[in-house]
Write a protein that binds this ligand. Structure first.
Ligand SMILES: [Zn+2]
Length: 382
């Protein structure tokens, strides 16, 4: 599987100037290529490369960076197409959809730029890299990473790395290709219930509160509304910055939750059972203040992080039908709406079993995981 190792760069003043100028030029070139692609309707990697190569070289890019710029543009249009197809950008003809379809993709001045081994060399032992820049090849630029990251880089780094400039810091996101390990046969399942008050609750009773995230979301939502109303150029820039910061915060929280869950499953030799969230937005009818939370919160991302970390740890993951997981008694199986008198309480009307509502739901998910695993791992038995 492919993973990304992030290392921080420490360029000196001259190197910093060169890196900045390089990203700027690469993204100006990307915008030129994007405009051409849009006008001519040419989006394929090879064909866009042929169409733009000469012009990109004339702008001062050498061969490899020019090719990477064309590929980056082609990739951005492919991602846009996939997003449109997945319905993330609204229905056909909606204002949002028309806006993204009605103009070429734009790249920020400091948007990330990929470098391959011909324009970026790693001196791992010395913990330095040298990079092609518009001012010529840079001298050794110092980088830092953890011991674990170092080991991964040394064994598995392969192909491209992205140069990223954000919040005044420089990073390389290096792609590493790690061989897959076969999933271990699970001894039972750890069930995980995703929700709003608690982002994730597991069948052992651990709850990851959503308070901090929800508070940040609502605060950001208010600020966003204000900024959108202003509509000035600087407000728009601030808006974009906030959005990126917000998604980094969400990603960070998701990473931590995913890590706790996967570590616990690995330690106890269990698999992980998650709800199949295909229809969570349609399924849950919410009061208005919660709608903000749910729509902006990336549940799907948490599922992805868990799947990814689980795969690395050879932990099995199954997705189960989420119907009635919150109304069903995990002790006797009785299903009734009245079993759950409020958000946090579960009390079975049939057998009297009482538990935190989220843990009860997670236990149901764990039990369904066992059944699901049988049909996934032994399809012929069913
Ligand atoms: Zn019961």
């Amino acid at each position: 599987m492919k993973i990304v190792v992030q290392v921080r760069l420490f360029p000196d003043a001259a190197q910093q100037v060169a890196l900045q100028a390089t990203l700027k030029l690469c993204n100006e070139a990307a915008n030129v290529a994007s405009e051409l692609a849009y006008q001519r309707g040419v989006f394929g990697k090879q064909s866009l490369q042929r169409l733009t190569y000469g012009q990109l070289k004339d702008m001062g890019l050498s061969a490899q960076p020019a090719i990477h710029v064309a590929r980056k543009v082609s990739g951005a249009y492919a991602a846009l197409k996939a997003n449109i197809a997945a319905g993330h950008l609204g229905k056909p003809g909606s204002p949002r959809r028309r806006a993204v379809e009605g103009r070429p993709v734009r790249f920020r001045r400091a948007a990330a730029q990929p470098f391959d081994d011909r324009c970026l060399s790693w001196q791992l032992a010395a913990r330095t890299v040298s990079i092609w820049t518009v001012n010529g090849r840079s001298g050794p630029i110092r980088f830092s990473c953890s011991e674990a990251q170092y080991a991964t880089l040394a064994r598995y780094r392969q192909g491209e790395s992205d140069l990223v400039h954000r919040d005044g810091m420089w990073f390389l996101y290096a792609t590493c290709d790690i061989p897959d390990t076969p999933t271990r046969q699970p001894d039972g399942f750890l069930g995980v219930d995703l929700g709003i008050a608690n982002l994730a609750s597991d069948s052992d009773g651990r709850r990851h509160s959503g308070k901090a995230v929800n508070r940040a979301r609502h605060r950001d939502q208010r600020l966003r509304t204000k900024l959108q109303a202003l509509g000035t150029k600087s407000a728009k820039r601030l808006l974009k910055k906030r959005r990126r910061k917000e998604s980094r915060f969400a990603a960070d929280v998701n990473h931590r939750i995913a890590k706790t869950i996967v570590t616990e499953a690995e330690r106890t030799g269990r698999g992980i059972a998650l709800e199949d969230l295909g229809g969570i937005r349609d399924r849950v009818r919410l009061r208005r203040p919660q709608r903000v939370t749910l729509h902006s919160w990336a549940f799907a991302q948490l599922g992805q992080y868990i799947a990814y970390k689980a795969k690395r740890a050879a932990v099995a993951v199954v997705h189960v039908n989420p119907a009635y997981t919150s109304q069903q008694c995990s002790a006797c199986g009785h299903i009734a709406k009245a079993n759950r008198p409020n958000q946090s309480t579960f009390r079975c009307r049939s057998c009297g079993f009482a538990e935190h509502a989220d843990r009860n739901a997670a236990c149901n998910i764990a039990a369904r995981g066992v059944t699901r695993w049988v049909s996934v791992s032994m399809p012929n038995a069913a």
